[in-house]
Write a protein that binds this ligand. Structure first.
Ligand SMILES: C[S@@+](CC[C@H](N)C(=O)[O-])C[C@H]1O[C@@H](n2cnc3c(N)ncnc32)[C@H](O)[C@@H]1O
Length: 461
């Protein structure tokens, strides 16, 4: 197919396979335009008037490493952000807690790898979350962060970001781990985070170098497989499998899948969020057939079932578990109150807008009092829906999990026959706070402040 672009058919095929061999990135026909623009840019910068002479320059015997690096940088997409795919970051934190609890005191450092780290936001996110969890218990984490693009890795190594890119970092991480740079608008990651992450240039299709990456507890390979064809995906997944220690976790991006590509990884309770696991030990042959594609989910590999202390005397090692439970509880409560705060703010904002509109209608029109009262009722119902949707559901679930944790803690300290103290997290009290305002104008209409399941069903029926 002839085009008016920089690349004719022959040049397109030549560059397509050149880049494929170099990076694994497959510029299919429907991405031809993008490749055209990118090659043209590099060619013109090198004083090459056409694609043929640029390809000759790349293949020339003189050392073209700098230009090859620039080309790789140009043809790869580096989009990333701090705390990208927040669900996965939350699960990562949860898994760290589980791993720590299962291993106990005095374990070796955790080793993790961000395989397509781009400008560093992903490994630094993992480092901040890991540091926050590990700092008080004497554990450490080493993060390897690699990418095929040398210029991108060089920029990641700086650990310095314009504030345009730091907006996604939630508290307390932002205040704790970012400090203003001497140049306005810039922030630097703190030394303890910088020390945790080691950057390197590495291509996922470089089989020799991939063999040097071994014994990982967790490997992140997010938002890069999508650029590869199935052959390359299979090879990369196989290499990543080898790089994990038995029981280690592989984390893929939300658009990635193992389907039809790899049968060696097994499912985890977080497979829906693309967390997979290298089996802890060699799998019995029979287990393969029970779940086509994956081995059946098992409890995380290094789990040690520590007996619960029967009374208030803690067994050796129990102190550590209690400390971990307290830590999890603290983090969970902070998370929960953050959730409730954000949801409440959102709820109040949305309700404020709707409520104002309804009031404007009431004022602007000459309404019969019955209609006015109906509008008031609608106003209240909307407040309830918002509260129910934005506050009740999520906060309720989390507070139940917190209660479970508190009970576990209490069992360990006081024995299993005592009930844990009440956490005092009452989501309905937040509901009442809002509803009290919206009911005030119309007191006596006969609504109770709490919303029953029937009320809710009626709203959505
Ligand atoms: C879209 S970014 C993803 C960044 C990060 N993982 C995330 O999810 O936010 C894709 C990265 O993959 C890198 N990449 C592309 N091909 C690669 C390869 N063969 N080996 C290693 N990295 C590669 C690109 O340079 C780019 O920085």
């Amino acid at each position: 197919m002839a085009t008016d672009g920089f690349l004719d058919d022959q040049a397109f095929q030549a560059f397509r396979s050149y880049i494929y061999d170099l990076t694994g990135i497959d510029y299919t026909d429907n991405k031809r335009y993008m490749l055209d623009v990118r090659i043209k840019k590099r060619a013109l910068e090198n004083g090459c008037a056409d694609a043929k002479s640029y390809l000759a320059l790349l293949r020339s015997s003189t050392n073209q490493k700098a230009e090859i690096d620039a080309l790789i940088d140009e043809v790869s997409i580096h989009e990333t952000s701090f705390f990208r795919h927040k669900n996965q970051v939350d699960i990562f934190a949860k898994l760290l807690h589980e791993i720590i609890e299962d291993h106990g005191v005095g374990s070796r450092p955790l080793t993790m790898w961000s395989t397509a780290c781009s400008s560093g936001e992903e490994p630094f996110t993992l480092a901040m979350v890991a540091h926050d969890i590990l700092k008080d218990i004497g554990w450490s984490a080493n993060l390897k962060a690699t990418d095929i693009s040398a210029p991108t890795v060089a920029s990641a190594r700086q650990g310095r970001y314009n504030r345009r890119y730091t907006g996604g970092i939630p508290e307390p991480y932002f205040s704790r781990y970012l400090k203003p740079d001497s140049a306005a608008e810039y922030y630097n990651l703190t030394p303890e985070i910088m020390r945790m992450v080691n950057f390197d240039v590495l291509s996922l299709v470089d089989e020799a170098k991939m063999k040097t990456m071994r014994n990982m507890d967790m490997v992140f390979c997010r938002n890069v497989l999508i650029y590869f064809d199935n052959d390359v995906k299979k090879k990369v997944l196989n290499s990543l499998f080898q790089s994990l220690k038995p029981g280690g976790y592989l984390v893929l991006g939300p658009s990635d899948s193992l389907h039809g590509l790899n049968n060696d990884f097994q499912r985890t309770p977080y497979s829906a969020f693309n967390f997979y696991q290298r089996p802890a030990a060699s799998r019995p042959a029979a287990s393969k057939s029970t779940a086509p594609g994956f081995a059946p989910a098992v409890k995380p590999p290094l789990a040690v079932t520590t007996p619960v202390a029967p009374s208030s005397t803690l067994q050796p090692g129990q102190n550590f578990r209690v400390k971990m439970l307290v830590n999890r509880l603290n983090n969970g409560l902070r998370d929960l109150s953050g959730d409730v705060d954000t949801s409440l703010t959102k709820t109040i904002d949305s309700f404020g807008g709707i409520s104002q509109t309804l009031e404007t209608i009431q004022k602007a029109e000459d309404l019969p009092s019955k209609v006015r009262s109906e509008l008031n009722a609608v106003n209240r119902q909307i407040a309830r829906i918002l509260v129910y949707m934005q506050v009740g559901d999520r906060a309720q679930q989390k507070s139940e999990a917190m209660r479970g944790l508190l009970q576990e803690l209490s069992d360990r300290i006081f024995g299993t026959d005592k009930e844990a103290p009440d956490l005092g997290v009452q989501t309905t009290s937040y509901d009442s706070k809002i509803l009290a305002d919206s009911n005030a104008e119309d007191a006596g209409v006969g609504d109770s402040e709490e919303m029953s399941q029937d009320d809710t069903d009626a709203l959505f029926s």
